[in-house]
Design a protein around this ligand. Structure first.
Ligand code: UDX
Length: 469
């Protein structure tokens, strides 16, 4: 139980401070890593910007500064301002502007974050290690200026890490864009040949997110300032990619970072999940198509209509996440029309949903967290990638791990029924299921006590302890 651990707070725990970019796809892996570290006996602080902090604390029923017992250690929260919120100048429309947010974080957020780190020592919790993530390369500079060892948690795949690494160091030629015939395939050590539409779209000329691309790449300019580089992946999944990239960069897999028994009630959902578990309980085993495009992808109105009618006509029950900000794109009256067989929610408890026996397959945009979550749950995939690393993740899911089928965007409604059939019925579906189960077991082994990723986390915790003593 968690009671009786209170005395442990007086013992000198080494203190690890993790800081997350304020996006759901980052918060989840960083917070899950924080919980793993705490469970091994560290005092861990999870930090992000104030707006995120308010939502996490509200949904988790904790307050900044409170020590929450997790396993052998403790997890606390402390947040910093990005300058917008604190100045009473909080225009929510600006939050959707990723360029403005990245700039604001690097100029103002970094200064406030440095104050937060200094405050830890003043309050008797000196920081033994600062752990940042790749959208905020300045975290390593802050730690360096304060003479604190630092680490990076790469929240995407090792394959994607490797692609960015080689692109940044110009070791091979990359195609300029879709449709250009300059480079037909990119061949990198440990990876299958990659066509232009298998690459992270941020590397192509048509990429509209220029600042994001340059921020991700700039991580490779200062990554050697980090004492440790961790990746949310596991050896058994990305063996070849790991072997090849570890010759160039000392990256250590510590995943899959998914929710586990130790995590308890502390979760980092920005939005409140709607209750869909009772509805799932009433469905037949392996009968429901679960569909979600994560926390940032926005589909166009026509694409949403095709997806809506595709799910409706698939002949299956379905659970579809349509975020509040995308709700207006749904065909009018759709959610009511399909009531009974289809459920549309604004946000789901995805980890619980994927683990539910009623789920038959997952139509996903292939964000890396969703990818690891479906692999860990052993659920077949219908890959519907949109941009960034999602394209590479889809390539691996379908052609390397072979756990599903691909839907090309923009999708046409008739495709849904075909792909659902492909991954749930017949001979190919049986093979897919076999591989899903094998990877599910491998994922569980990696994070179980003594597993490949667990050993890597333990080695880090031991290293921190040695440095503090
Ligand atoms: C972003 C990028 O888009 C993605 O490409 C990158 O790999 C990580 O950062 P996002 O698009 O939100 O992430 O996707 P994903 O990585 O799948 O993360 C979404 C998280 O939200 C998952 O952990 C998922 O479980 C959770 N989620 C999603 C819910 O809890 N409920 C939902 O309804 C939908």
């Amino acid at each position: 139980t968690t009671m009786g651990k209170e005395t442990a707070t007086t013992a000198p725990h080494p203190h690890a401070l993790l800081v997350s970019f304020p996006g759901q796809g980052h918060i989840n892996p960083v917070l899950r890593f924080a919980k793993r570290l705490a469970s091994k006996g560290l005092l861990v602080t999870f930090s992000s910007t104030l707006d995120i902090g308010q939502r996490i604390c509200a949904s988790t029923e904790t307050t900044p500064g409170t020590l929450n017992p997790v396993g052998e250690g403790h997890l606390r929260f402390e947040f910093f301002s990005n300058g917008w919120d604190a100045d009473g100048d909080d225009d929510p429309s600006r939050r959707g502007d990723i360029d403005a947010l990245l700039a604001q974080l690097s100029t103002v957020g970094s200064v406030r974050f440095a104050e937060l780190v200094r405050r830890q020592a003043e309050e008797g919790r000196p920081v033994a290690c600062v752990i940042g993530n790749p959208f905020m390369p300045w975290v390593l500079d802050v730690a360096g200026e304060l003479n604190i060892p630092s680490a990076v948690l790469w929240v995407q795949s090792l394959a994607v890490f490797s692609i960015y690494y080689h692109y940044f160091h110009s070791t091979v030629d990359f195609p300029a864009d879709y449709g250009s015939d300059d480079v037909v395939s990119v061949d990198l050590p440990g990876l299958p040949a990659l066509a232009v539409d298998d690459l992270p779209s941020f590397l192509l000329e048509s990429n509209p997110y220029k600042t994001l691309a340059s921020v991700i790449l700039s991580q490779f300019a200062n990554i050697n300032k980090a004492t440790w580089v961790f990746a949310n992946s596991f050896e058994e999944l990305e063996h070849d990619a790991l072997e090849a990239i570890s010759k160039l960069s000392p990256v250590v897999p510590i995943g899959p970072l998914v929710e586990t028994g130790v995590s308890g009630v502390i979760k980092g959902d920005i939005w409140k999940a709607e209750d869909c578990m009772e509805w799932l309980d009433r469905q037949q085993p392996r009968s429901v198509v679960y569909a979600s495009v994560g926390s940032v992808v926005v589909l166009g109105r026509d694409e949403m209509a095709e997806m809506a009618y595709g799910l409706r006509d698939s002949g299956r029950a379905f659970l579809w996440v349509v975020r509040e900000d995308c709700r207006h794109q749904l065909p009018e009256g759709f959610a009511e029309d399909v009531k009974g067989r289809g459920m549309v929610v604004a946000w789901s408890p995805q980890d619980e949903v994927l683990a539910h026996r009623a789920i038959a397959c997952f139509v996903t945009h292939c964000g890396w967290n969703s990818t690891l979550e479906l692999l860990t749950a052993g659920v077949p995939v219908i890959a519907y990638p949109q941009w960034g690393d999602q394209l590479t993740d889809a390539k691996f899911l379908v052609d390397v791990y072979k756990v599903g089928a691909r839907l090309k965007a923009p999708v046409e409604r008739g495709e849904f029924a075909k792909r659902v059939g492909e991954v749930t019925e017949g001979e190919k579906a049986e093979e897919v299921r076999g591989r899903c189960l094998a990877l599910k077991e491998a994922a569980a082994r990696a994070v179980a006590e003594g597993g490949s990723s667990d050993r890597n986390i333990q080695a880090f915790v031991d290293d921190i302890r040695r440095r503090v003593c």
